[in-house]
Design a protein around this ligand. Structure first.
Ligand code: ASP
Length: 612
């Protein structure tokens, strides 16, 4: 028997018990003729006390950090207690010990505040994983996993595995491909998600499916994305959107309860995509704080329902005499609460911030709405006091606020204003890690315009159904975009989908849709995306075929498991919640992968490498 207890188990009540512990040496502290060792395992740390007699033995076999040690002894009450750890009232009076394995000196300290940099920790991830901070993250991940499984099981969902070696049908992201030895010259793809399989399972009658599953996307790794990531993937048959929203609100509430002990009983707010874009400038608004965006000028046509309202906005479609505003497609403002006393320097710094290439704006207009009700702006030359007041009213500013205004091309300006809002929210302390606000964003556009090919692509994926009352718009209009500059006036730009995202604190944590389940409509959808009959058959013949054999109405959702864990754990980084993550260039620095393969492997695959 290697051990009778773990290093996190023993308490004062165990005093006098003979025990055997095994673990890693965290620290060795020698005091004259006695030595204290902190022994660590997954469960905690226990102090070992080596007396004079054993000290001699320790001198013969010196212990280093991370040695694997077995110690036998008796539990003893400590004279100097440590209230910070659960085992802090006891120690083990060691009577015998054995070194089970030695350790090289670790390249960084195995402590919460380690001296190891990111790269080093990733290279030695198996040591990094010994650290408490990382371990806690993996424990949280497992707790989320368990909570999800329990909830889904209780609700009749069945976990069904789907294949990883599938057919390449890229739509949106790029596929990772795997050469086939037995079918030389042919390739499998790794699934970007089990989307079509879960739909086939609905056709097969498994009306509640789930899987906690790896997905693979060969995308450029923008901020904190992983080429392989995990989804809680779900699908249900005989459901409408409302059924899905209810079921998965339940899932998220239950995860909050189990994992964080939070009873999230508030109504989960719902917002249309249009409202989200219009009032927050992005489709995953952080609603922990208000600071809504005011549209000072009539914006582009996608905000169909807003055109009328805006005619009476601050400037309407009229001229202001200020060329920056008059020449801009969009003028957007936020009123930052209580920031009217921002110094010149602080405002200059914000101006530099919006001019950074990532944000790409030309400048930042500000209006201080002083506490005494007077207004002072960086555009006093162009606007009189009444006009400034008008803008202030339109942005819902209060005395004491600082109004920030951006002007320029629609999309860029909206994104920049959204980023600025988040920045100010963070600076003013409105975005607290321990406050959680869930939101459904509904009614996404069915299509998105792909500039490079001047065509429509599916905003969610090609299996998403249009809103029933807009099916005719899709079917009766030619998808071809005659005039690229005017694509927003194409009828397709206004078609909305039965698609929804769940948003938590400004992050999309899940997304899904009600699916198309009739062959004819699916064919029309593929055609709208520019796929001719032959290509449809080649790529998705299996799905179209299945839809001929009694496909039930169905829909589903997938949650980004890594992201959900990182938010619940109060961290920006999903990597912290993945045991063996890849770095920003998609590399596993521990394995040194990807890497070249040897000539024999190429031979077996009948592939000759000829890099361009
Ligand atoms: N398969 C979709 C995705 O990965 C989610 C869904 O529609 O259920 O985004």
């Amino acid at each position: 028997m290697y051990r009778s207890h773990t290093c996190g188990q023993l308490r004062l009540a165990d005093t006098g018990t003979s025990v055997t512990l095994a673990g890693w040496v965290q620290t060795v502290r020698k005091f004259g003729s006695i030595t204290f060792i902190d022994l660590r395992d997954r469960y905690g740390i226990t102090q070992l006390l080596f007396n004079e007699e054993l000290n001699g033995k320790l001198d013969e076999q010196p212990l280093g950090r991370e040695f694997v040690l077995q110690a036998k002894g008796v539990v003893n009450e400590r004279s100097k207690k440590n209230a910070n750890i659960p085992t802090g009232e006891i120690e083990i009076l060691v009577s015998d010990f054995a070194i089970l394995n030695k350790s090289a000196v670790p390249p960084f300290t195995i402590q919460d505040d380690t001296d190891g940099g990111d790269d080093l920790r990733m290279k030695y991830r198996y040591l990094d994983l010994r650290r408490n901070a990382v371990k806690r993250n993996l424990e949280l991940r497992y707790a989320v996993n368990r909570a999800a499984r329990n909830y889904l099981h209780e609700n009749g969902f069945m976990d069904i595995e789907t294949p990883f070696l599938i057919k390449s049908t890229p739509e949106g992201a790029r596929d990772f491909v795997v050469p086939s030895r037995m079918n030389a010259g042919q390739f499998y793809a790794l699934p970007q998600s089990p989307q079509t399989f879960k739909q086939l399972l609905m056709v097969s009658g498994y009306d509640r499916y789930y899987q906690i599953v790896k997905c693979f996307r060969d995308e450029d790794l923008r901020a904190d994305r992983q080429p392989e990531f995990t989804q809680i993937d779900c699908e249900m048959a005989f459901v409408e959107q409302e059924d899905i929203l209810n079921m998965f609100e339940g899932l998220v509430r239950s995860i909050f309860k189990e994992v964080k002990g939070i009873d999230y009983s508030d109504t989960i707010h719902r917002m249309t995509w249009e409202d989200a874009m219009y009032t927050y400038g992005n489709d995953k608004p952080d609603i922990r704080f208000d600071m809504k965006i005011a549209n000072l000028k009539v914006p582009i046509t996608v905000f169909v329902s807003r055109q009328e309202e805006l005619k009476s906005s601050a400037f309407g479609s009229g001229e202001t005499g200020f060329a920056v505003f008059d020449n801009a497609e969009t003028v957007l403002a936020i009123a930052v609460p209580g920031a009217s006393e921002y110094t010149r320097k602080q405002i200059d710094e914000l101006t530099e911030w919006v001019k950074r290439p990532q944000i790409g704006m030309q400048g930042l207009v500000n209006i201080r709405y002083n506490a005494d009700g007077t207004l002072k702006s960086s555009v006093d030359k162009f606007f009189n006091a009444d006009q400034l007041k008008g803008i202030a009213n339109y942005t819902n500013a209060q005395p004491g606020d600082l109004i920030l205004i951006l002007a320029g091309r629609e999309e860029k300006t909206r994104k920049a204003t959204s980023d600025l809002r988040l920045l100010m929210g963070t600076r003013l302390g409105f975005r607290k890690d321990n406050e959680f606000r869930l939101l459904w964003v509904l009614d996404f556009p069915l299509f998105e315009y792909a500039e490079e090919d001047n065509r429509w692509v599916a905003r969610h994926h090609p299996f998403t159904s249009p809103k029933p009352d807009q099916i005719a718009t899709m079917i009766n209009n030619n998808p071809v975009i005659e005039n690229a500059a005017d694509y927003l006036n194409h009828p397709y730009a206004t078609i909305k989908a039965n698609a929804y995202d769940m948003v938590l604190n400004g992050n999309e944590i899940g997304g899904g849709s009600i699916r198309i389940y009739q062959r004819e409509l699916q064919e029309k959808m593929f055609a709208a995306l520019g796929m001719d009959a032959e290509e449809q058959q080649h790529k998705f013949g299996f799905l179209l075929g299945a839809f001929e054999y009694g496909a039930p109405p169905h829909g589903g959702i997938a949650f980004g498991f890594d992201r959900l864990c990182s938010i619940l754990g109060g961290s920006e980084s999903i990597r912290d919640f993945i045991a063996f993550p890849k770095n920003n260039s998609g590399r596993d620095v521990m394995l040194d992968a990807p890497s070249a393969i040897d000539a024999k492997q190429f031979d077996e695959l009948q592939i000759k490498l000829d890099l361009k």
